[in-house]
Design a protein around this ligand. Structure first.
Ligand SMILES: Cc1cc2nc3c(=O)[nH]c(=O)nc-3n(C[C@H](O)[C@H](O)[C@H](O)COP(=O)(O)O)c2cc1C
Length: 353
């Protein structure tokens, strides 16, 4: 299994949803970077389920930094973070054992690695707590470089939030928001749609929109290590992310050049663009404008409605319904994961000089 990522820092994720713990290692960090556990706790709290719109599983995410940090600073060695699972219930999956949940990773995991797991194992959304911890550990370093990241829920079940306005103000406001919307009324309607789907034993998906401000122009390489490639590599690693677009993204297809191009201007000796359809990236390299991208997230695959499937052991057709506890929507929870993995990619680039 190859589940490591990064160039200068290597992030590896491990564990299982209904096992002892989930966790990660970070290799390649220099000695002396400040580590602020309160920032890790902050992002883990943003990701944590709460209320009726999320799973009823309650994990305190009492993470332990087992190595690589000494006296609040990285010591140059491998950082290993474990997050114990204290509310795992593998027995919940006994009655659906062998029944592949449609559109979850049960079938592909079985084909590739064999055996049956209780719940999603490493493929579960639970593992994203570890991704959050890794990226959150690097966030103060990025902030010290003047880089700030903010993600809002652009859309859930067809209900839209307002667009980013003043990026700096909006990113600041989003930092503390558990349900990250810019328009409160839209947020309430999104919650209503989640609850309506849940009442029918169903689930909904949506779109997260992220802005990164303060990035130095010149980050990223042409072609394979373009900033878009590196970010989308990380973003597509988040379970349930099925689309990523930068700037005007798929809307470019319907635009003319005169509308799509971002004219340049000089402002206080700094080159800026007057529009930002390119999402802050040209030729794979940051141009100094906010980097803006969107992730499309699928509706939660595990639903209470009966669905056709196969029994992986007997190879017979079957019908399955949700076992275990699940999110009727995970868009709002994935927001912290997007912020943190974005932080990882950008810190990896900054540390590469
Ligand atoms: C924070 C988070 C929570 C999730 N919660 C659930 C869940 O409760 N039930 C579920 O079936 N899938 C959940 N998922 C999505 C699945 O893990 C994902 O759809 C599955 O691994 C298959 O991957 P794919 O959708 O990328 O193909 C969650 C994902 C994230 C990021």
């Amino acid at each position: 299994m190859n589940n490591s990522f990064g160039n200068n820092i290597i992030l590896t994720v491990f564990g299982a949803s209904h096992g002892e713990c989930v966790g990660c290692t970070l290799r390649g960090l220099p000695k002396g970077l400040p580590v602020d556990e309160s920032v890790i706790n902050h992002y883990l709290a943003l990701r944590r389920p709460e209320g009726d719109i999320s799973t009823s599983r309650r994990e305190p995410d009492a993470f332990v930094i087992e190595s690589g940090v000494n006296g609040g600073f990285t010591d140059g060695g491998e950082i290993r973070i474990t997050i114990p699972n204290v509310d795992a219930r593998p027995a919940d999956y006994a009655k659906t054992k062998g029944l592949a949940r449609p559109s979850h990773a049960d079938y592909t995991r079985f084909v590739k690695y064999g055996g049956l797991s209780s719940g999603g194992g490493l493929f579960s959304g639970r593992s994203t707590a570890a991704l959050c911890a890794a990226g959150a550990l690097l966030t103060p370093y990025l902030n010290s470089k003047g880089v700030f990241i903010g993600t809002h829920i652009k859309n859930i079940a067809g209900v839209c939030d307002r667009d980013f306005g003043d990026h700096k103000k909006d990113i600041n406001a989003l930092y503390r928001k558990k349900f990250a919307v810019l328009d409160k009324a839209a947020g309430q309607e999104m919650k209503n749609r989640i609850l309506a789907a849940k009442a029918e034993g169903d689930s909904v998906g949506g779109i997260l929109e992220t802005a990164v401000i303060g990035l130095t122009p010149g980050l990223g390489e042409p072609y394979f290590d373009s900033l878009e490639s590196l970010l989308s590599h990380a973003l597509f690693s988040i379970p349930g992310v099925k689309g990523v677009e930068f700037g005007a993204g798929f809307r470019f297809a319907g635009m003319r050049g005169g509308e799509a191009n971002d004219p340049f201007a000089c402002e206080n000796g700094r080159v800026i663009t007057l529009t930002n359809n390119s999402g802050g990236i040209n030729g794979g390299i940051s141009n100094g404008m906010p980097v803006v991208f969107r992730c499309a997230l699928r509706p939660t695959p595990t639903i209470a409605k009966p669905q056709k499937t196969v029994d992986l052991e007997t190879k017979e057709n079957a019908v399955t319904e949700a076992a275990g506890r699940h999110d009727p929507c995970f868009v709002h929870r994935a927001r912290a994961v997007v912020d943190c993995l974005t932080a990882f990619v950008l810190a990896d680039l900054y540390l590469g000089g």
